[in-house]
Design a protein around this ligand. Structure first.
Ligand SMILES: NC(=O)c1ccc[n+]([C@@H]2O[C@H](COP(=O)([O-])OP(=O)(O)OC[C@H]3O[C@@H](n4cnc5c(N)ncnc54)[C@H](OP(=O)(O)O)[C@@H]3O)[C@@H](O)[C@H]2O)c1
Length: 231
């Protein structure tokens, strides 16, 4: 049975990743901050005994370390670093930046991804085809930025992309691959109601790309349908 760890698994894209991998028969470790109130996720865990809900606030490194400790010896085939925050809020654009929010956005969207890779490197390396997936965004593309704004979010996803590109080289000797996704503009709490697709379509597409992954593709930044994204 293949195993996956998913962060931010209680709603949005993370919840759908959890459902689809549970249905596909994977062992799913579903990370979320507030296990007691994660109703949708707990329903999935009740229905599928291959789903284990684990407490994981990715901005708290002690959570990451203690989860890695409790999963010591487990082979992880896939780690999906999905948890993310938008960070920017109305009234706090250029001229009124909230620097505490920016630091938190960087903690959640960037630092946690590398920390997860460090903590779970050995677990991923035990797999024949370990893969670290980062859910980024086209909004992190410098080349695609033709409108400005969203300084906190854009800079965090740009930094995530840079960090993941380096990770793809640094972790390659351990036989672990790295894929960076733009999941599309998806109708979730973050994406809002005007998104261009729903979570099941985005996740099904990313799962297809994950399944077709080979080490030749490590470090690529792609959309859920496999289209290469500009950096
Ligand atoms: N939706 C889109 O259109 C879109 C487009 C491009 C990229 N993305 C990216 O896709 C990923 C998922 O987004 P989404 O649309 O599913 O957003 P969402 O509906 O807002 O869900 C965000 C998830 O991240 C979790 N999270 C936030 N801070 C966390 C922390 N410190 N520790 C652990 N979990 C935390 C949330 O948990 P709580 O419930 O506890 O807050 C929630 O489960 C994000 O990285 C986002 O940037 C989304």
């Amino acid at each position: 049975m293949k195993a996956v760890l998913i962060t931010g698994a209680n709603r949005g894209l993370g919840l759908e990743f959890c459902l689809q991998y549970a249905q596909a028969g994977w062992q799913v470790f579903a990370g979320c901050r507030d296990v007691q109130n994660a109703q949708d996720l707990n329903h999935i865990a009740e229905e599928y005994d291959n789903v284990q809900v684990v407490t994981l606030d990715v901005s708290k490194f002690e959570h990451i370390d203690s989860l890695a400790f409790s999963l010591y010896g487990v082979t992880l085939d896939l780690l999906i670093s999905n948890a993310g925050v938008y960070g920017d809020s109305s009234g706090h654009g250029f001229g009124a930046i909230n620097y505490d929010d920016w630091r938190h956005t960087l903690d959640v969207n960037v630092l946690s991804a590398i920390k997860l890779a460090e903590a779970f490197k050995e677990s991923l390396a035990k797999s024949d085809a370990g893969l670290f997936v980062a859910i980024s965004s086209l909004m992190g593309s410098v080349a695609d930025n033709g409108s400005g704004g969203s300084i906190l979010y854009r800079s965090s996803k740009a930094a995530l992309n840079a960090a993941m590109k380096s990770l793809s080289f640094d972790i390659k000797p351990a036989g672990v691959g790295v894929l960076i996704f733009h999941p599309g503009w998806v109708r979730t709490d973050m994406g809002g109601p005007n998104g261009l697709c729903d979570a099941p379509e985005s996740i099904a597409g990313m799962r297809q790309q994950i399944k077709a992954f080979t080490m030749q593709k490590t470090g690529q930044f792609i959309k859920y349908d496999g289209t290469e994204m500009p950096w």
